[in-house]
Design a protein around this ligand. Sequence first.
Ligand SMILES: CC(=O)N[C@H]1[C@@H](OP(=O)(O)OP(=O)(O)OC[C@H]2O[C@@H](n3ccc(=O)[nH]c3=O)[C@H](O)[C@@H]2O)O[C@H](CO)[C@@H](O)[C@@H]1O
Ligand SMILES: C=C(OP(=O)(O)O)C(=O)O
Length: 423
Amino acid sequence: MEKLVIEGGKQLFGKVRVSGAKNAALPLIAASLLAPGVHVLHNVPDLRDTRTILRLLESLGLTWEREGDTLKIDGTGLQYSEASYDLVKTMRASVLVLGPLLARLGRAKVSLPGGCAIGARPINFHLMGFEQLGVTCDIKHGYVDARIDGRMQGSTLYFDIPSVTGTENLLMAAVLAKGTTIIKNAAKEPEIGNLIDMLIAMGADIEGRGSDRLSIHGVEQLTAAESRIIPDRIEAGTYAIAVAAAGGDAVVENCNPSHLPSLLDKLRLAGVGVDISEKSIRITSLENKNTIKPVDITTMPYPGYPTDLQAQFMALMSMSNGLSVINETIFENRFMHVAELQRMGASIKVDGRIAMVKGLGGDHLTGAQVMATDLRASSSLVIAGLAAKGRTDISRIYHLERGYEDMVGKLTGLGATVWKENE
Ligand SMILES: CC(=O)N[C@H]1[C@@H](OP(=O)(O)OP(=O)(O)OC[C@H]2O[C@@H](n3ccc(=O)[nH]c3=O)[C@H](O)[C@@H]2O)O[C@H](CO)[C@@H](O)[C@@H]1O
Ligand SMILES: C=C(OP(=O)(O)O)C(=O)O
């Protein structure tokens, strides 16, 4: 297994280019199950998770080829097969094949993902939605066995909590259903807009893009199309926070600042320089390094503060000059990074879903041996390691590789001293 080593304490300068979004690439790749022919996707990041979903598609009879960041997926050879536990346990988003398989074959058998380090993460909303469209879903031997004779029938669905992959799964099911499906309290994350654009390019009829009420008028068939994955807002936010924490002056390029309203506001409140243009964010944190102000955050569905940037902001707040309160409302167990940040000198107390962070100033963190527990917990340790004095060794970086393309190369390009080593 590999670990990541960082010699901290260096400010970051220059430019870093953001890759395509993991959380958009996964549903768009799954959507290629919906129609035969060659689907062309541009700006696809090469990540552990995108490789996993492509292996899953291969197991269902699809073929694909990659040239640079362009992926061509041939949806013609689709045949019924199970999505096995071995694949699903490494990536929960594998459940995204359920909707398209039901739409095209009327049958899907997908391993239940189970919980993960950040929470229980049930998929009851997905299953309830499919059942309302006429599907029978049985849970047997750890698998969801879902089937319907003929086409699904459009219906009105309501989510108790807006679920991102739930909305995506039901969108992909409803596009080929008979009649109209309405999804109320749908999630509004930009990745859903990206999926809707792809589905419309394939011939789907969807209204309400960007709102929490989606109307999907089912069509009889879809055709393969060409789409582009949006920039990864979480990767962009991670590098923006990294520059704020380590200090420096750098431009996060090829991103969409309008997808990060809450983070950019919070960084400004923390005293960090934030200048945005259409496709880039310049972060300046030169004199500020020792005067980061404490700022509270509460994670919320989009456009609220994203849970996927909570751990990274906590690393920054541990270097502020005061008390900040972090309220995690989305996942019940997303504070696994706290104990590791404490090993680096952070002062954080957790009470249920609230973390109280006592910032001890910009020069307080010290490098340590720490362990990554999930994807974003890992990136918060990277941020702390960049800002800390001395050497930080982060083990289990396979978590990081699920969602960050070439992080070592990108940080090195900003002037950081960072490398991978065998453990
Ligand atoms: C691949 C992908 O896009 N992953 C993202 C997606 O995950 P994911 O789609 O799994 O997260 P959801 O939006 O579904 O989860 C939101 C909340 O709803 C709950 N819930 C969800 C579904 C369900 O059937 N029952 C239920 O109770 C969850 O436990 C959670 O508390 O959105 C999360 C919230 O922005 C992000 O952290 C993940 O990075
Ligand atoms: C939680 C995340 O991903 P997933 O839903 O794939 O676990 C994430 O991207 O931070």
